[in-house]
Ligand binder design. Structure first.
Ligand SMILES: [Zn+2]
Length: 123
């Protein structure tokens, strides 16, 4: 099985196709920032790179709901480098029917959003 590669566009220029590991190194070297876009084969269009993890690991809200989960929270990357919008989202517990979009529209995480939606016990 070959690793998934993503076409990347930054400042209106296509940079090529890269694996997530390559993209992380490129971001560290400053070759693109969170304004970049990736080509989504699901929607057949350019999408914000913030949401690139959703391409391979979409949130499984329906499955969680079917499993009886009523509340969730948004868990950050754990590296302490999440953007202010993601950090704000992580400070609340949400009923499963009112989960905000992840990543938020103004996510500026580098190189992309690493938030995940996790089950939370009702308190
Ligand atoms: Zn973010």
């Amino acid at each position: 099985m070959s690793e998934m590669k993503y076409r990347i566009r930054f400042e209106n220029e296509e940079l090529g196709s890269f694996t997530l590991a390559q993209l992380m190194r490129m971001n560290k070297r400053g070759e693109f920032d969170f304004h970049a876009e990736y080509w989504s084969s699901k929607v057949e269009g350019w999408r914000r790179i913030a949401g690139i993890m959703n391409e391979e690991y979409p949130p499984r809200l329906l499955e969680m709901k079917e499993a009886g989960i009523e509340c969730v929270e948004i868990s950050l990357s754990g590296n302490g480098d999440d953007c202010p919008s993601c950090t704000a989202l992580s400070e609340k517990v949400y009923p499963i029917d009112e989960v905000p979009e992840v990543p938020p529209w103004d996510c500026s995480c580098e190189p992309w959003c690493r938030c995940i939606i996790v089950a939370r016990q009702r308190v």
